[in-house]
Design a protein around this ligand. Structure first.
Ligand SMILES: [Zn+2]
Length: 69
């Protein structure tokens, strides 16, 4: 959902103007949303971090099984 920074509120896609600007203050909320999405792409965990998490879960599962066998 587009977030209008100057107004401090979310705008529904239908409440923005046709060109993607805020009807209240005229700022380009769609451009702001694109920047936010790009930022989220950068924040995604790298593959080696995911591998570490998977390895940790596998290790913990092995330890738990080891307790009961
Ligand atoms: Zn606004």
């Amino acid at each position: 959902m587009p977030w209008c920074e100057p107004c401090g509120r979310y705008l529904t896609p239908s409440s923005t103007k046709a060109d993607g600007t805020c009807p209240t203050c005229g700022s380009d909320v769609e451009a702001q949303e694109r920047r936010t999405n790009e930022h989220l792409e950068e924040e995604r965990a790298p593959w080696h971090f995911k591998l570490l998490v998977v390895a940790l879960i596998a290790y913990l599962a092995w330890r738990i099984v080891d307790l009961f066998v």
